[in-house]
Design a binder for this molecule. Structure first.
Ligand code: ZN
Length: 308
């Protein structure tokens, strides 16, 4: 006899069967499971020390990243001629080379140990011919810069801000964190489906919609905002430490905001809203970024970087 929905012998004999109830115990079980899952899969994010939920290994994430990278490249027009691919590769190399030292310094500043498994990262970058203003760095370090984002970047320092931001997403293992959140969300939606299983259909829809909206706005959206501000901060520090001008990040996000003002926002801008809050936060971080740049690169505060 199945645990759900089967009539007990008493019900079959005509005993009144309760209808319309919400099975709270199912959600309670899910909450207990989620709590256990949460506690047993916590670890400290590299660079920031924020505690994060991850249940995949960095190698598993890198394997998925490589697979996605090969799929994208197979479907894209990869640019191999002209100056741009070499410039983009040089920016990536500078950012990646300085990353272990930046992590050491940030960890030392909060009395922690650096935690990045550098062996799992095998960095590569491709330039993709496309009108899309997009850029990404997958788990494991495979990156792409779309030619459509170059006119918005305008210079190498701003391009370094974009690439630093994307590299930070990978180093902070935001992809692995999102997979764990999605797994919990899936199990949660199954639990919610069971919990409302006895209610009238109309009520079922209402409760499911409310639970879905609660999960979206209470859990998933704040997570993605955390990821964005974390990648902004770490990316800015990487760019500064690699001797790019971190102040270019501000102008970049202003241009992003203008570029997405018109019709439908291009891909990167739709997942990276350029609000006043984002720019304000970058400005707050700027003194620390300029100080870091001075420590790593010496000399006067950031001169203008190479043109892209
Ligand atoms: Zn981002």
């Amino acid at each position: 006899m199945g645990p759900f929905g089967r009539r007990s012998p008493a019900a079959a004999q005509g005993a009144p069967r309760r209808r319309g109830g919400f099975r709270w115990w199912v959600l309670l079980l899910f909450a207990l499971y989620a709590g256990y899952y949460w506690i047993s899969n916590q670890q400290d994010a590299a660079f920031t020390g924020r505690s994060q939920l991850i249940d995949s290994s960095v190698e598993q994430e890198a394997a998925l990243g490589l697979q996605a990278y090969e799929e994208v490249l197979a479907q894209s027009n990869v640019v191999t001629t002209g100056a741009l691919p070499g410039q983009v590769r040089e920016i990536m190399t500078r950012l990646v080379n300085v990353a272990p030292r930046v992590e050491n310094d940030l960890a030392a500043a909060r009395g922690a140990q650096p935690s990045t498994q550098w062996d799992a990262f095998d960095w590569d970058v491709s330039v993709i011919e496309s009108e899309q203003a997009n850029a990404f760095c997958l788990p494991g370090g495979k990156m792409a810069v779309y030619t459509g984002i170059v006119p918005i970047a305008q210079n190498g320092d701003a391009l370094a801000a974009i690439m630093g931001h994307e590299i930070a997403h990978a180093l902070l293992r935001h992809g692995g964190e999102r997979m764990a959140q999605q797994k919990l969300a899936q199990i949660g939606s199954i639990a919610a489906g069971v919990a409302v299983g006895d209610m009238p259909p109309e009520q079922q829809r209402m409760v499911m919609a409310a639970l879905g909206a609660g999960a979206q706005y209470g859990l998933l959206l704040p997570f993605s905002r955390d990821h964005e501000s974390e990648a902004d901060e770490v990316g800015l520090m990487l760019a500064a430490a690699a001797c790019f001008d971190p102040r270019e990040a501000v102008g970049l996000w202003e241009r992003m905001g203008q570029a997405s003002g018109g019709q439908a926002p291009p891909e990167f801008m739709s997942s990276h809203p350029s609000g006043a809050t984002r720019i304000e936060r970058l400005q707050q971080l700027m003194p620390a970024a300029l100080e870091l740049r001075h420590t790593y690169c010496g000399g006067a505060p950031a001169p203008t970087g190479p043109e892209a």
